[in-house]
Write a protein that binds this ligand. Structure first.
Ligand SMILES: Cc1cc2nc3c(=O)[nH]c(=O)nc-3n(C[C@H](O)[C@H](O)[C@H](O)COP(=O)(O)OP(=O)(O)OC[C@H]3O[C@@H](n4cnc5c(N)ncnc54)[C@H](O)[C@@H]3O)c2cc1C
Length: 599
């Protein structure tokens, strides 16, 4: 397993030089503490924790996995201690509201920490990661009493949280869920049902676990309009806030799975468990949607993390491993062979990983800044604009980054040749761990429907236009910059084609709704490559500017421009396939009768 080294220089490049985080934080309401020095100190300190405490536990977690017994779930060696250190360091409270005991830092600062945690040890990071979702729910929709009882404990990290949505028969289609909630005389509810695949549903890291559960009230309307949200603690809190008697919620078993072995994926049984309604009756899914973008961005980080960690491992290996001679003559004449980094195909793999990891970082941080503005923007107009931009970018970030992050991790394994397939090197673990990213928090197929159907076509293309306008302005600003021509011309072309393709799909989908589903994943992937083109062009512009002004970091900035060039020449052309495929129509998918799918 590669030792994780936090890419602090690149983090700084994206935050400060590309996205001007200093100005961004200064423009927010109530983000006075996010000064450059403070943010820098937090990231430096966080990097140490991730490199020294979490990274060494990554392979341990994979090997040992979690253990279930009737008394609960035991996490792998070291996980519990690492969590204790995390809590002692005050990390869980970073972005929570000050009135609930949080530090009130903008979400985008928290996301940098989540990137470092997730890259160092994704399985471990899911325990606090799920808590984050639960905290957001209570913060936004809880009553004053619920906030008082649960928030400070969760924010301090003493208690963790889960999100209990999925049931055996439904994950994407929550409209069919069956868990029930019967009102009790004291204002509480009795929750009954079985939830599956609940991440961090049971563990030994915290004294209590607060489950956020979707269930139906008696007589609730069918479908998604009849789902309510409940707070169901593992142990009932006493009046004084301490942990009281056990509630009737138990972990029936844990799943044996392909990857993320260090995270407990639990079957949770609710047998008349005591719970309390959060938010209005039958509006559970709406309440969840209010922070869905943040949760999905959190999962997008898994793609970034997989690409980054895998790149770090394969780059070191490619410089060290000797095999054959360079096609243009020996590069290591004293040695028995050349290091494999001299071979064009190995470079193709390394540069793909690098372009994916750094492009992903730019996309996540950029989207996270929109999230900051949604919550702390100074004007109503700025908040609305950012909300719409974030809504458009989030399904792209979640699905595109987990797809190409997985590809990048596979390439990392390939760079290692046969050794990549052997467990001790840890490269195959990155592939196994990354695979779930395309499934949970809305599969790629579901994100693609959200993007093309709900975000783009239902707004008559307005959400897309908001973004393509930004690209257009950038292209115009750089029209006379000769050095940028190689990036601006293809970017302009893709930006125009994106609109044309959308219009065509809008027309065909009016005649046949299946056209949306038939085109959506190609549309999403195309959109991902288009967004990356914009961000890579911007990164090249910053780097070229720094070099023109004179810099002592010539290598760093040169590599940025060269990676941008690689991206435009070798990855952006993938849009050709997606463009053709998305216009190929639904017939070639739908014509075959179901019983003709024989084998
Ligand atoms: C390790 C792990 C951890 C998880 N953690 C949690 C958790 O903490 N909390 C929680 O509630 N859930 C969790 N889940 C559940 C996860 O979110 C679901 O598995 C996921 O949403 C997919 O649902 P499903 O498994 O029911 O698949 P289905 O919904 O049955 O989908 C099967 C396939 O059909 C496709 N599909 C379905 N409907 C459509 C459509 N309309 N158009 C096109 N394609 C469609 C899907 O894209 C997918 O490819 C976890 C799952 C795993 C494996």
């Amino acid at each position: 397993m590669p030792d994780y080294k936090a890419p602090l220089r690149d983090i700084k490049f994206v935050m400060s030089e590309l996205l001007d985080s200093e100005q961004h934080y200064a423009n927010l309401e109530g983000a006075e503490d996010a000064t450059p020095d403070m943010v820098d100190a937090i990231i430096q300190e966080g990097a140490k924790f991730c490199e020294q405490v979490l990274s060494p536990l990554n392979q341990v977690g994979d090997k040992e996995g979690c253990t279930w017994s009737e008394d609960g779930v035991q996490t792998p060696t070291g996980f519990r201690d690492a969590y204790k250190k995390y809590v002692e360091g005050g990390w869980p409270s970073m972005t929570a509201a000050p009135e609930s005991g949080g530090q009130g830092l903008p979400e985008s600062v928290g996301l940098v920490m989540r990137e470092m945690i997730g890259t160092a040890n994704w399985s471990w990071g899911m325990y606090p990661g799920l808590s984050h979702g639960a905290i957001n729910t209570v913060e936004l929709h809880g009553t004053e009493q619920q906030k008082e009882t649960y928030l400070s404990k969760m924010i301090s990290g003493e208690w963790t949280g889960t999100m209990c949505l999925t049931e055996a028969h439904c994950g994407s289609d929550l409209g069919t869920l069956r868990s029930r909630a019967e009102p009790n005389a004291d204002g509480s509810y009795s929750i009954t049902g079985t939830k599956i695949f609940i991440s961090a549903g049971e563990h030994d890291m915290a004294e209590n676990i607060v489950h956020i559960v979707l269930a139906r009230l008696p007589g609730a309307p069918e479908g998604t309009k009849g789902i309510s949200l409940f707070i169901v603690p593992k142990s009932l809190p006493n009046e004084d806030g301490s942990v009281g008697e056990r509630n009737a919620v138990t972990c029936g078993s844990i799943e044996h799975k392909m990857g993320i072995h260090g995270n407990a994926t639990c079957v949770m049984n609710f047998d008349d468990a005591k719970g309390w309604l959060i938010g209005p009756e039958n509006r559970g899914l709406n309440c969840m949607f209010t922070f869905m973008n943040v949760a999905r961005l959190g999962t997008a980080i898994q793609g970034l993390g997989a690409a980054e960690l895998s790149f770090q491992g394969s780059l070191a290996y490619a410089k060290d491993r000797l095999a054959m001679r360079s096609l243009t003559g020996p590069k290591n004449p004293e040695g028995p062979a050349d290091p494999i980094i001299v071979h064009p195909d190995v470079r193709r793999m390394l540069l793909t990983q690098k372009a994916v990891a750094e492009g992903a970082r730019a996309l996540i941080y950029y989207t996270a800044q929109q999230g900051d503005i949604v919550h702390k923007g100074k004007s109503e107009e700025a908040r609305k604009e950012a909300d719409e931009l974030m809504g458009f970018l989030t399904p792209i970030a979640k699905a595109f980054l987990t797809e190409i992050g997985y590809e990048a991790s596979n390439l990392g394994m390939q760079v290692f040749g046969g050794h990549g397939f052997i467990a001790e090197w840890g490269m195959e673990q990155i592939v196994r761990d990354a695979r779930i990213g395309m499934i949970y928090e809305g599969t790629t197929g579901i994100q693609a429907l959200d993007l093309l159907g709900r975000k783009v076509l239902m707004t008559q293309g307005e959400s897309l236009k908001r973004f393509t306008k930004l690209v257009h302005v950038f292209c115009k600003e750089n029209a006379d910059n000769e050095q940028m021509r190689e990036f601006i011309e293809p970017l302009q072309a893709i930006n125009k084609e994106w609109g044309d393709l959308t219009m065509k799909l809008g027309m065909t989908s009016m005649k046949n709704r299946d056209e949306v589903g038939a085109a959506s994943v190609d549309y999403l992937m195309y959109s991902g490559y288009a967004v990356f083109a914009y961000l890579w062009a911007r990164m090249a512009q910053v780097a070229l500017g720094k070099m023109a002004d004179g810099t002592t970091e010539e290598n760093f900035y040169n590599a940025k421009v060269q990676t941008a060039r690689f991206y435009f020449k070798r990855l952006l052309p993938r849009t050709r396939t997606h463009a053709e495929s998305m216009l190929a129509g639904a017939d070639s998918l739908m014509d075959m009768q179901e019983d003709a799918f024989a084998f």
